[in-house]
Design a protein around this ligand. Structure first.
Ligand code: SAH
Length: 227
């Protein structure tokens, strides 16, 4: 196909994906517009790029996946990042959610353990002119202490327990979404801190994220939960 018609085809498929997100129950116009504005295909490796607008998780190399679009829409819907929010994202991956967060929040701090994925995400964010997202290569189960506290924390990989450092770095009035459970199945959990009180609420069950590997995640060598 000619480059122009490829872009037109992507545009059409993007519209269908947005219909699917709306059908999943998210009719917030601002969120739907974001999915229109940020071309997901730019964040994906060539091999899966033609599938960018399917509502599925897609492989991005290193055994990792870009999350399912309806799950990311749910994250935005529940976290509702706003211009005065400082967001901590754990698991930059492709950088697609980083971009969606950066276009709604004041500043995004995103941690990824795979150096190459972080570098690739940086390039795409730069190409799109997104300048309010800082990326760090490291163990996100320890958060990013330097810029804490955060009003929003979005964790995109499955944890056995709530990493204590993330809770410590959550500001009062802040909200965090994190998939908690086994490596096979998790519940997306909303953690809130209000006037010093921490509450947890399950917002979605039966999810399958890639594992959060690290000090307070799963052990990369044994697959056991670390603590
Ligand atoms: N929102 C991303 C999701 C990527 S999958 C996207 O849509 O592309 C989750 C990512 O978390 C993977 O890239 C994986 O390498 C990363 N990850 C796993 N454990 C981590 C840790 N302890 N610290 C930082 N990143 C981690």
């Amino acid at each position: 196909m000619e480059p122009r018609s490829i872009e037109a085809r992507y545009e059409e498929l993007r519209g269908e994906l947005i219909d699917e997100i709306r059908a999943s129950g998210i009719d917030d116009l601002e969120i739907l517009r974001l999915f229109h504005r940020v071309p997901r295909h730019l964040f994906l490796p060539d091999a899966v790029r033609p599938r960018a607008y399917e509502n599925v998780a897609l492989p991005i190399g290193y055994g990792q996946t870009a999350s399912q679009p309806t799950v990311q829409a749910l994250y935005l819907h529940i976290l509702r990042p706003a211009p005065d929010d400082r967001v901590l994202e754990i698991g930059t991956g492709s950088g697609f959610l980083t971009a969606l967060l950066a276009l709604t929040a004041g500043r995004v701090y995103s941690v990824e353990r795979v150096r190459d994925l972080s570098a690739r995400a940086r390039k795409v964010l730069d190409d799109l002119g997104i300048t309010n997202a800082a990326l760090l290569v490291g163990d996100g189960t320890l958060g990013w202490r330097r810029f804490a506290p955060y009003t929003v924390i979005a964790v995109s990989a499955a944890a056995p327990v709530l990493p204590p450092a993330l809770l410590e770095q959550l500001d009062d009035g802040g909200r965090m979404l994190i998939p908690l459970g086994t490596p096979r199945e998790q519940r997306i959990t909303l953690v809130r801190r209000q006037r010093g009180q921490v509450t947890e609420e399950v917002v979605s069950r039966g999810c399958a994220f890639v594992p959060l590997l690290g000090r307070y995640g799963w052990d990369p060598d044994t697959g056991e939960a670390c603590s």
